[in-house]
Design a protein around this ligand. Structure first.
Ligand code: G16
Length: 544
């Protein structure tokens, strides 16, 4: 086997976004595109000799082919050992778990997360660092700089590696171990949660649930835990086999794309609990019978009940949420007397807080919740947390949420997405808002008077790094808020996200339907930002 050095020229668009480098499959399939980015990573992370990296992905189209290329490049670049998820499969949380458990140098995850798959869909590459978390911005910036200067990459000339059979093989001097993608993760869940109690919940025969794997990565994990370990009946996990095109589904666990699950949960014979995860298994959606739990409320409720769960019995050190996430968890933190951190969108911003033991639970409005057990958000972990609450309280999801609102107040919350809008227009909209910030204070729109407005800037309390322009926030008298930002994960045009939030302390007024309760604020959001005229759309493409 020989090592080949291939001349290349840089691509100028390899700057990682909110979560790794995400592009259309057709972009990744261009000659040298994947190779350039992988070589940039290897060049920046230093000597690979004596090091182990883990490799896997969410099973989407191009996952297996890309993995073969990356393994050949890893061997050519002197990596000593590669751990590879069997079949090329590894969820994002499982990868984080494995990096931490075996003290690895890091890992490469092939995923475009909740973005659609298939030949016309999206592909992505994420690098996770030693703590198991996504590479922070200062690291991804270095990858990007390197990608702009790259002139060659190294690759081993060798036949394809068998990634389907467990065990060891060699590629040049590199040891390859094909590992079971599920077992380390399941072991960690068994430490955090009381599986005996959860088995008790299913064995009553009085409790039912459905979990939607969306034909993405979590099916095998969900079957191993829910069916094999906890005794849930076969059929509990739907869309449970990972497929390269996700079976035509869009693996984004929200009310629009988890259509079949939502129909089941809205039916007259709905089970007690419904949940779904995304492409790479780090997101979760939680549903009760005909009842949707917002991710922001979910985080607040988990925080308020954490001490009942074995893994969190000693209490929470603090909590953290991304800025656009509703402030429901802030109320819980106040009640518990712990710190609550507000970070920019992107799980990578939680890493320092978790490492420094300032936060134990973190969450985002974008269906991500997690804790210090790993350094990624974790879809099945959130499901097991909710199952544990249900096993403890034996009441319905809806009752649990309504009780929470009565105690802490309700944050009516919704996100309106305008997808694939003209990128220039979307940037103009944000720039115009930015230019208006100093004039907005004191102005009244509809029934809402602006108390304050800014462009969110975050100073990491651990390393002092500063992240600017993280979203336009407009605060109103009476504790309402609108946030505008552009998504950092889309691959086509721009996605404008508008986050709407209104606090209601009075239990008598907490029963309203969300979009109705927010109707006035939705109008104000358009009036201030001129959404219709900039985007040419009269309604959002997705409402969550
Ligand atoms: C990624 C990030 C999350 C972020 C989400 C949405 O999730 O890991 O932290 O909240 O994207 O980001 P944006 O609003 O910029 O599109 P995932 O599940 O796609 O990796």
């Amino acid at each position: 086997m020989t090592i080949k050095t291939v001349s290349t020229i840089p691509f100028t668009d390899q700057r990682p976004g909110t979560s790794g480098l995400r592009k259309k499959v057709s972009v990744f399939k261009q000659p040298n595109y994947l190779e350039n980015f992988i070589q940039s990573i290897f060049d920046c992370i230093g000597g690979l000799h004596g090091k182990t990296l883990v490799f896997g992905g969410d099973g989407r189209y191009h996952n297996r082919e890309a993995l073969q290329v990356i393994l050949r490049m890893a061997a050519a670049n002197g990596l000593s050992k590669a751990l590879v998820g069997q079949g090329g499969i590894l969820s994002t949380p499982a990868t984080s778990c494995i990096i931490r458990k075996y003290h690895l140098r890091g890992g490469i995850i092939l995923s475009a997360s909740h973005n659609p798959g298939g030949p016309k869909g999206d592909f992505g590459v994420k690098f996770n660092v030693e703590n198991g978390g996504p590479a922070p911005e200062k690291v991804t910036n270095v990858f990007y700089e390197r990608s702009l200067a790259i002139e060659r990459y190294k690759i081993m000339e060798a036949p394809d590696i068998d990634i389907d059979t467990l065990g060891h093989s060699r590629l040049g001097d590199m040891d390859i171990e094909i590992i079971d993608p599920v077992s380390d993760y399941v072991e960690l869940m068994e430490i955090l949660f009381d599986f005996k109690k959860l088995r008790g919940l299913f064995s009553t025969g009085q409790f039912s649930m459905v979990y939607d794997g969306m034909h993405a990565v979590t099916g095998p994990y969900a079957k191993a835990i829910l069916v094999d370990r906890l005794g849930a009946p076969e059929g509990t996990v739907i869309h449970g086999d990972p497929l390269p095109d996700f079976g035509g589904l869009h693996p984004d666990p929200n009310l629009k794309y988890a259509k079949e699950l939502v129909e089941i949960m809205n039916s007259e014979v709905a089970p007690d609990f419904g949940a779904a995860s995304d492409g790479d298994g780090d997101r979760n959606m939680i549903l009760g019978k005909r009842f949707f739990v917002t991710p922001s409320d979910s985080l607040a409720i988990l925080a308020s009940k954490a001490e009942k769960i074995p893994g969190y019995r000693t209490g929470l050190k603090g909590v953290a949420r991304s800025m656009p996430t509703s402030r429901a968890v802030d109320e819980v933190a106040r009640y518990l007397g712990i710190d609550c951190y507000e970070t920019p969108t992107g799980w990578k911003y939680f890493g320092n807080l978790l490492d420094a033991e300032r936060a134990t639970l973190c969450g985002e409005e974008s269906f991500g919740t997690g804790s210090d057990h790993i350094r990624e958000k974790d879809g099945l972990w959130a499901v097991l947390f909710w199952l544990s609450i249900l096993a403890e309280e034996r009441s319905s999801i809806e009752e649990i949420v309504r009780k929470h609102w009565r105690s802490f107040g309700r944050h009516f919350y919704s996100r309106h997405d305008y997808e694939d809008v003209d990128s220039q227009k979307a940037h103009e909209l944000i720039d115009r808002l930015r230019g208006q910030l100093s004039d907005l204070k004191g102005q009244t729109f509809g029934n809402y008077c602006v108390r304050d407005a800014d462009d969110f800037e975050y100073k990491d309390p651990v390393d002092g790094s500063i992240s600017q322009h993280q979203g336009i926030r407009i605060f109103f008298e009476g504790d309402a808020r609108i946030v505008y930002r552009l998504s950092g994960t889309g691959t086509q045009g721009a996605t404008l996200r508008v986050y709407l939030e209104k606090f209601e302390a009075n239990p008598e007024r907490q029963g309203q339907e969300t979009q109705e309760a927010l109707a006035g604020l939705i109008k104000v959001a358009d009036e201030i930002a001129q959404i219709k005229s900039f985007t040419g759309r009269d309604k959002p493409s997705v409402i969550t």
